[in-house]
Design a binder for this molecule. Sequence first.
Ligand SMILES: *Cc1c(COP(=O)(O)O)cnc(C)c1O
Length: 365
Amino acid sequence: MTLTKEKVFVTKSFMPPLNEYMQYVEKVFNNAQLTNGGPLVKELEAKLIDYLGIDNIQYVTNGTIALQLALRALDIEEGEVITTPFTYVATTSAILWEKLKPVYVDIEPDNFTIDPNKIEEKITPKTCAIMPVHVFGYACDVDKIQKIADKYNLKVIYDAAHSFGARYKGKSLASYGDISTLSFHATKLFHTVEGGACIIKDEIVKKELDLLKRFGHNGDEHFCLGINGKQSEIHAAMGLSILPYMNEILEKRRRICKLYDELLKDVVQLPDKQKDHEHNYAYYPVVFKSEEELIRVFEVLKQDEIYPRRYFYPSLNKLPYILEYTPCPISEDISKRIACLPLYPALDLETVEKIGKTIRNCILG
Ligand SMILES: *Cc1c(COP(=O)(O)O)cnc(C)c1O
């Protein structure tokens, strides 16, 4: 018999005990209400408010529609949205899908978030919003960004898809800006298979977004053009059965990150630790000296069936469907040299040690 080695990918979805998930599914079957703001969706929303320490949340179908609903609820219908080129493509595609123009501002070299000192020079009379990303769960400079937004009367929408459970200056990282959005996709730290959420500051905007996500009507009374952003009871069931494991999940991730730190801190560049920031260990990004070094490491790891991912590559200002090229030298440079290493609660520390040592040996030769 030949043993096939289990492949190690950058992440692996957390699966709750099947019987605990089934208990929630049984409730759904008994209620016979599958969607449209059912009792499990309401229960998950209440538990998320409690767990994250936020004061409101709207659970929606995914993190991309959360961004699009956020733009719509804030009446951002035309113009330019200042954003970061160093993120998952969904941040940009949400802007483009809403027929708005993404305007890229380069990033900080030490934690890859948007450089607040470069935002003002990109503001024009057409600018209507800023959409920064707390990339890998690191906090954007929320104070500087808010000051600029106030000065120019701009809305701020944080794509907080990576920020579940991260805290900054004593508050949930998902509580800043006019709206913060989360993603609960299967590959994210906390997931509901597919899913997302909006956390909203203003009461009227909250009501507006709630209406937009269910076709813009209440019964027979139609108020505005809406879309379907409602999430189902079956998805909520997954979230409810995973939420009690979050502390355990975070502790396992913390231990993996600590071991990577020990093995790698002198051979690759790691993001700077931030002051007043409580990390959520959502990703383990490492920056290599060059793209060649990254490719060499990937080839060696592949021999052991280990597959890190090039997050995020390419820098989004270089997307083929972005017709007007804006140089973002730091993002373009980092994008070529950065990768996320495998990180998920089921990953055993022996494998982490093997990955760390393989990378060390590959770099140090
Ligand atoms: C995952 C992700 C999204 C999109 O979320 P979905 O739930 O997959 O639609 C948006 N922004 C960032 C930064 C992401 O990583």
